[in-house]
Design a protein around this ligand. Structure first.
Ligand code: SDX
Length: 423
């Protein structure tokens, strides 16, 4: 039964259709509002109350702390699935059969090399280049090596090949950015290794000796990548969809997602959390003092890793990562003093009226940096790890937007500048 809302304004009434999603979410469809009301539009900076699309990829319920990829609860996928199986699920919409997954893995394995000419770009970066800056540009560079991907009338096979190339080459591009930053020779991927093992081999292997990835580290990385794989219409996914809506190629759309993710309010928060915890530790570990600073409107300091646009309850990913943190650090025999500071910070904040009133809880970035550090990942690579995880989600969002032939994104505005005046 279709529902509708009535908007009354300035002596007129406008009927607005209401759509209902499969989880009973309701939305006012204002697609015809401007035309039917003589120019009325809505305005919502940050899109806090505005849906940009109807999507079948990820469902989250911020109040209940629910996150599902294509209907499967994140807790089950994190426990039982693998990153490439989850990537397939997000992109194709269904879990792969064994033969489908084997073919997917085989295709990815055989596209992990990047063109040798791409090495010249690494030589051009300053040695201390932030790897997210390298990643965003190198993903765009991929589009110049595969010009057929720029054809708006690309076939489904072209898109599938581009998807395989991105999933296969991003770990290589990321690991080589790290090797380049420490002046080490790059490590080439090995086809006999799995996705996570291959990445760790390229990150920490050396041409002078054999490298064996610790199975505990491989399993931890698998779980972290699954937890980061998609998150519906977050800032970076929206950037991917908006750029892709102009029929820009998938590489450039993903590069836009990498750039958006870099911000400290978004994926860059995992690096900012560790820097914050290190600062609190260096300051003597006075957690209460820093919680007060986070509450002080005159102090720009925020509790990084806390708060979320959608979750007004615990971020389910933070719950899983916090538990994994204890397991992994004890298995690896790592004792990281900032873990205790993080737990104290969480305890104090969750009892503090300021955080309780604003429903600010730890988000996915609060504990992930502690695990990455325990795995030996350098701090300025943390957001790169987030991008590696989020890649299948960005691809799925771009694919859904293009397959649904959504119109080019072009928001309206309310002009508040100077009225007409003569020169
Ligand atoms: C990610 O969207 C996604 O799904 C993102 C993500 C994904 O998977 O893609 O989940 C990944 O980006 C997680 C978020 C990582 N960012 C951080 O941890 C940075 C710290 N958090 C905040 O900057 C903030 O909470 C945001 C950016 C996450 C959300 O900001 P909103 O929704 O715009 O909320 P807001 O800034 O309007 O804050 C509401 C109130 C404000 O106080 P009042 O003006 O009402 O008095 O809460 C306060 C804020 O000052 N507040 C904080 C705070 N976060 C919000 N105060 C102190 N510390 C914080 N961390």
């Amino acid at each position: 039964m279709s529902q509708e809302a009535t908007l009354s304004f300035d002596g007129n009434e406008y009927k607005i259709p209401v759509i209902t999603g499969t989880e009973n979410e309701k939305a006012l469809d204002i697609g015809k509002l401007r035309a039917s009301s003589g120019g009325l539009i809505t305005i919502d900076p940050g899109f806090k109350n505005t849906g940009s699309t109807k999507s079948a990829i990820t469902f989250l319920d911020g109040e209940k702390g629910i996150l599902r990829y294509r209907g499967y609860p994140i807790e089950q996928l994190a426990e039982k699935s693998s990153f490439l199986e989850v990537a397939y699920l997000l992109i194709e919409g269904e879990l792969p059969s064994k033969s489908e997954l084997d073919l997917f893995k085989q295709n990815i394995t055989h596209h992990t090399l990047i063109h040798e000419d791409m090495k010249r770009f690494y030589e051009a970066y300053p040695s201390k280049a932030h790897p997210m800056g390298v990643l965003a540009s190198m993903v765009n560079v991929l589009s110049t090596f595969y010009p057929e991907s720029q054809n708006p009338n690309r076939t489904e096979e072209d898109v599938d090949l581009t998807i395989i190339r991105l999933l296969a080459k991003l770990p290589t591009i990321a690991a080589w950015a790290y090797k380049n930053s420490i002046g080490h020779p790059v490590m080439y991927p090995k086809n006999k290794l799995g996705y996570c093992e291959n990445f760790l081999h390229m990150m920490f292997g050396m041409p002078t000796e054999d490298f064996e990835a610790d199975p505990v580290v491989v399993a931890a990385l698998e779980k972290l990548l699954i937890l980061h794989a998609d998150h519906e219409q977050n800032c970076s996914a929206s950037a991917v969809r908006l750029v892709g809506s102009s029929q820009a190629n998938l590489y450039s759309s993903i590069a836009a997602g990498v750039a958006a993710l870099w911000g400290p309010l978004h994926g860059g928060a995992n690096q900012a959390v560790i820097e914050m915890l290190d600062k609190i530790k260096a300051d003597g570990g006075n957690v209460a003092k820093w919680v007060e600073k986070a509450k002080d409107k005159n102090d720009s300091f925020r509790l990084m890793g806390f708060g979320h646009r959608v979750y007004k309850n615990f971020d389910p990913r933070a719950r899983i990562i916090k538990k994994a943190c204890d397991d992994i650090l004890s298995k690896l025999g790592v004792n990281d003093p900032v873990l205790d500071i993080a737990k104290q910070l969480e305890e104090v904040a969750l009892k503090d009226e300021y955080f309780v009133a604003r429903k600010l809880y730890p988000n996915v970035d609060f504990y992930s940096g502690i695990i990455y550090r325990a795995l030996g990942i350098p701090t300025d690579m943390f957001t790169v790890m987030f991008a590696l995880g989020r890649l299948p989600g960005w691809i799925a969002q771009w694919k859904e937007m293009t397959e649904n032939k959504e119109p080019i994104g072009r928001p309206r505005q309310v002009y508040v500048g100077a009225n007409e005046r003569n020169y």
